[in-house]
Design a protein around this ligand. Structure first.
Ligand SMILES: Nc1ncnc2c1ncn2[C@@H]1O[C@H](COP(=O)(O)OP(=O)(O)OP(=O)(O)O)[C@@H](O)[C@H]1O
Ligand SMILES: Cc1cn([C@H]2C[C@H](O)[C@@H](COP(=O)(O)O)O2)c(=O)[nH]c1=O
Length: 715
C-alpha cells in the first residue's frame, strides 16, 4: 500500500495526527489534573477532559460531514490541522500566564474545540481514502486502523514517559528547576505533529478530487443535509451496516462499563482488570491483522455480519465464564470479532457509499458510534454499581449472581440480534448456504450465487462412461414423453450450442492440439454455461422436460476422477457456470469401460477422450459411482449391460414416480423413430420437431455435430 505515493503521504499524516491525538489526550488530562489539588478536583478535571472529547460528536455531527462534502477536502484537512496546532500550543502557554482555574477551563475549552475540529478532519480524510487506493481499500484501512489504534497510542504513552523521565533526570543532574514541565513539553510536541501533518496534506493534491453529486441532489446547506439523510434512509445495506456497527459498539461499551466489577466477580486479583483490557486490544489487533486472510474471499458484507454475531456471542459467553483463565481467551475472541467488524465495516462504508455523500455518512456513523459508546458505558457502569453481587440460596447450591454478568449476557444477546438483522439487511448472496460458503471462501473459492430457481419443467441427465447407451436412452425417453403430449427437449454436452459446437471440436478432435487438464475443464464449463443459459433454462421455463446426454457429473468424473483435478474445484466451477442448476434426476448407466469402448469402436472413429487409456476410464467409472452413492435420491443407477428396452422401462418407472401426469411406464407405445410430434411453437423454432430431428436440429448448427449423428465425426 505504501508504494502508492499519495496514500503513503496520507498515512504519514494520519500517523502524525493519531499520535498527536493520543498524546494530546494523555497530556491534557494530566495537565488539567496537575493544575488543581485534592483527589475530587483532580478526578473531575481528568474526567472533564474525557467528556469534552466525546461531547462534540453530539453537537457537531451534522455540520462536520457537510463541511467534508461541500469544501475541498485537502484544504479542509490543512485548515483543521493548523487550527489544532494553534489550540494545542495555547494550552501550555495559558499555563504560563493564567490562574489555575482559568488554565483548567481553557484546557477543557481547547479540548472541546480540538475534538470538534477532529470531527471535521476525520470525515474529510475517510472520504478521501477510497479515491486514493481504488480496489485496495481493505488493505489501506487495515494499515490505517493498526496505525491509529495500535502504533499511535503505544508510541504516545512511551513518548510521554520518555519526556517525563528525560527532563527530570536532566534537571536532577543539573540540580536546577525544570525549565519546561514534561507535560507542557509533550503538548508542544503534540502541537508540532499537527503542523507537520498540515504540511504533508498540503502536498497531496489527489485529495482534492471528488465524484460529482447527481443532478437531482438538493442545493444549499439544508438541502445537502436532507440529501445525506435520504441516502442513508433509502439504502437497506447501509442501514444494516450502521445498525451492526452501533450494535458492536454497544456491546463493547457494556464490556468497558462492567469490566472492573466483572474482574472482581471472576475472583481474580486487581491485575485482572488490566489483563482483560490488554486481551481485548490483542484480539482487536489480531482481528484487523489476520481477519482478511482468515476469511479469504468471503463476501465482505457477510463477513461484517458474521463478525458482529461472533463478537457478541463471545460477550454473552463472557457472562458465563467461571474463571479468569476462560474469560481471557473469550475477551481475545471478543476483540478478534470486533476488529474484523471494524475493518470490514469501515471498508464497506468506503466502497458502498458514493463519493459525493461520503463525508456526511462517515460523520453520521462516527457520531452515532460515540453516542452509543458513551451511553452504554455510562448506563452499564451505573447499573453494575447498583446491582452489585448476590448469593442465591437454592438449598445445596449457592450460586453468585452478579449484575456485571447479567449485563454481559444481555448485551451479548442483543448484539447477536443486531448482527443477525444487519446480516439480513446486507446479505449479497441470498440463497447461498452460509457455512459451506464460509468454508469454501476460506479456501479461496466462494460458492457461486445460484440463479433464480426454476420450478417448472423436469430436468433429467443421462450420465455414464463411453458407449453406455446414453444417447439411445435419451431419445427413447423423449419419445415416451411426447406420446403423453409433453414438450420434451433432447440435448447434450458438449456441443449443443453454436459456441459449444466449436468447443466440442477443440475438446474432442483426436488430431487436435494437446490440452492441459485445466484448459479442458474450463472449456467444458464454458460449454455448459452457454448450454444452460441458452437451451436448458429457457426450455425449463417453458415447462418442457429437458433430457440431456451428459451434464455436470461428467466433468466431476472425467476431469475430477479421470484427470485427477480436485473434484471440489470442478464442482465449484460447474456450480458457477450453471448458476447451481441441478437435474431432478440423474440416470447413471454403469458399464465396464472395456465393454463400452468396444461398442464405441464398433460404431467407427474414436475421439480424444475415448482414446485415453483404460485406467483413465476406470477412474471415470469409479468417479460416477462415488457420486451416485453420495446422493441416492437424485440418482438412478442402471446396469448398462441390460437390454435397451429393459433400461428404458426402468427409467420410465422412476420418472413416473417423480412426474405427476406421466404416461404409463410399462404399457408405453413402441417407440418409432419417425414419429412426428408437435411441440410448442416457440420451443419448436428454438429446438426440434421430431426425435431424430431433435438431435439433428441442434447438430445442424455445426458441421461437427451433424456428423455426430452418423458417427463419422470425432466425438
Ligand atoms: N443396452 C444396450 N446394449 C447393447 N448395445 C447398446 C445398448 N445401448 C446402446 N447400445 C449401442 O451402443 C452404442 C453406443 O450407444 P450410445 O451412442 O447410445 O451410447 P453413449 O453412451 O451415448 O455413447 P457416447 O459415450 O460415445 O456418447 C450404439 O451402437 C448403440 O446401438
Ligand atoms: C460433458 C463432458 C464430457 N466429457 C467427455 C466425455 C466424452 O468422452 C466426451 C463427450 O463425448 P460424447 O460422445 O458426446 O459422450 O467428452 C468430459 O470429459 N467432461 C464433460 O464435462
Amino acid at each position: 500500500m505504501l508504494r502508492i505515493r499519495p496514500f503513503r503521504r496520507l498515512w504519514l499524516t494520519l500517523g502524525l495526527s493519531s499520535f498527536g491525538d493520543w498524546l494530546g489526550l494523555l497530556a491534557t488530562s494530566l495537565f488539567a489534573a496537575g493544575h488543581v489539588s485534592g483527589s475530587f478536583a483532580q478526578g473531575a478535571a481528568f474526567g472533564g477532559v474525557v467528556v469534552m472529547k466525546l461531547l462534540p460528536a453530539l453537537v457537531l455531527l451534522p455540520l462536520a460531514g457537510l463541511l467534508a462534502d461541500k469544501f475541498d477536502r485537502r484544504i479542509t484537512m490543512v485548515v483543521c490541522d493548523v487550527a489544532r496546532f494553534v489550540l494545542f500550543l495555547s494550552i501550555p502557554l495559558a499555563g504560563l500566564l493564567a490562574s489555575p482555574a482559568a488554565v483548567v477551563t481553557w484546557a477543557l475549552i481547547a479540548t472541546f474545540l480540538v475534538e470538534a475540529i477532529s470531527m471535521i478532519w476525520i470525515p474529510a480524510k475517510e472520504a478521501a481514502v477510497p479515491n486514493l487506493v481504488p480496489g485496495r481499500l481493505e488493505a489501506a484501512n487495515q494499515l490505517s486502523l493498526i496505525t491509529t489504534y495500535g502504533i499511535a497510542p503505544v508510541l504516545a504513552a512511551l513518548v510521554l514517559a520518555a519526556v517525563e523521565r528525560g527532563l527530570r533526570s536532566l534537571a536532577n543532574e543539573q540540580t536546577t528547576r525544570l525549565l519546561v514541565q514534561p507535560v507542557d513539553f509533550a503538548l508542544y510536541l503534540n502541537a508540532l505533529t499537527f503542523l507537520a501533518a498540515a504540511a504533508v496534506v498540503y502536498f497531496i493534491p489527489q485529495i482534492s478530487g471528488r465524484g460529482a453529486a447527481p443532478a437531482a441532489s438538493k442545493p444549499g446547506w439544508v438541502g445537502s443535509l436532507i440529501d445525506g439523510w435520504q441516502f442513508l434512509h433509502h439504502n437497506a445495506a447501509l442501514r444494516g451496516l450502521v445498525l451492526g456497527i452501533c450494535g458492536a459498539f454497544a456491546a463493547g461499551g457494556v464490556v468497558v462499563g462492567t469490566s472492573s466489577f466483572y474482574a472482581t466477580s471472576l475472583g481474580a486479583g486487581p491485575a485482572a482488570f488490566g489483563l482483560l483490557f490488554a486481551s481485548l486490544f490483542i484480539g482487536l489487533g489480531l482481528g484487523m491483522g489476520l481477519g482478511p486472510r482468515l476469511v479469504g474471499k468471503l463476501s465482505r458484507r457477510r463477513w461484517f455480519g458474521l463478525s458482529i454475531v461472533f463478537a457478541a456471542a463471545m460477550v454473552a459467553l463472557l457472562g458465563l465464564a467461571p474463571h479468569l483463565s476462560i474469560a481471557l481467551p473469550l475477551v481475545v475472541a471478543v476483540g478478534f470479532g470486533s476488529g474484523m467488524a471494524f475493518l470490514s465495516g469501515t471498508t464497506l462504508l468506503g466502497t458502498e457509499v458514493r463519493d459525493w455523500v461520503r463525508g456526511r455518512v462517515f460523520a453520521f456513523v462516527q457520531g452515532a458510534v460515540r453516542v452509543v459508546l458513551l451511553l452504554t458505558i455510562a448506563v452499564s457502569s451505573l447499573l453494575v454499581g447498583l446491582g452489585g453481587e448476590h448469593v442465591l440460596n437454592l438449598g445445596i447450591l449457592h450460586p453468585t449472581i452478579s449484575s456485571s454478568r447479567i449485563l454481559l449476557l444481555l448485551a451479548g444477546i442483543l448484539g447477536v440480534i443486531a448482527g443477525v438483522v444487519a446480516f439480513r439487511h446486507m446479505d449479497d448472496r441470498p440463497g447461498v448456504p452460509l457455512l459451506p460458503d464460509l468454508i469454501s471462501s476460506m479456501r479461496g473459492r466462494p460458492l457461486g450465487v445460484p440463479d433464480a430457481p426454476i420450478r417448472t419443467g423436469l430436468f433429467v441427465a443421462f450420465e455414464g462412461g463411453e458407449g453406455a447407451g446414453k444417447s439411445t436412452q435419451a431419445v427413447k425417453l423423449a419419445a415416451w414423453m411426447r406420446m403423453a403430449g409433453q414438450q420434451c427437449v433432447v440435448t447434450r454436452e458438449p456441443g449443443a450450442t453454436p459456441a459449444g459446437a466449436r468447443m466440442r471440436g477443440i475438446l474432442l478432435d483426436p488430431r487436435g492440439d494437446k490440452l492441459s487438464s485445466r484448459a479442458e475443464a474450463l472449456l467444458y464449463a464454458a460449454d455448459r454455461a452457454e448450454h444452460v443459459s441458452t437451451v436448458i433454462r429457457p426450455a425449463l421455463k417453458e415447462g418442457a422436460v429437458v433430457v440431456t446426454d451428459r451434464y455436470v457429473d461428467s466433468s466431476l468424473a472425467y476431469q475430477g476422477a479421470g484427470r485427477e483435478l480436485p473434484v471440489e474445484e470442478i464442482r465449484w466451477l460447474s456450480g458457477w457456470a450453471t448458476g447451481e442448476l441441478r437435474p431432478d434426476l440423474t440416470v447413471l448407466l454403469d458399464i465396464d469401460p472395456q465393454v463400452g469402448l468396444a461398442r464405441v469402436r464398433q460404431r467407427g472413429a474414436t475421439d480424444r477422450l475415448e482414446d485415453e487409456e483404460v485406467t483413465f476410464h476406470e477412474r471415470v467409472r469409479d468417479g460416477f459411482r462415488t457420486l451416485a452413492d453420495a446422493d441416492p435420491d437424485r440418482y438412478l443407477v442402471i446396469d448398462a449391460n441390460s437390454g435397451e428396452e429393459d433400461i428404458a422401462t426402468q427409467v420410465r418407472m422412476r420418472i413416473a414416480r417423480i412426474m405427476p401426469g406421466a404416461p404409463d411406464p410399462i404399457n408405453a407405445l413402441p417407440w418409432d423413430a419417425d414419429t412426428t410430434t408437435t411441440l410448442d411453437p416457440d420451443l419448436d423454432s428454438m429446438l426440434a420437431v421430431t426425435e431424430t430431428q431433435d438431435l439433428r436440429s441442434l447438430s445442424d448448427r455445426t458441421d461437427d455435430a451433424t456428423q455426430w449423428l452418423d458417427g463419422s465425426a470425432p466425438r
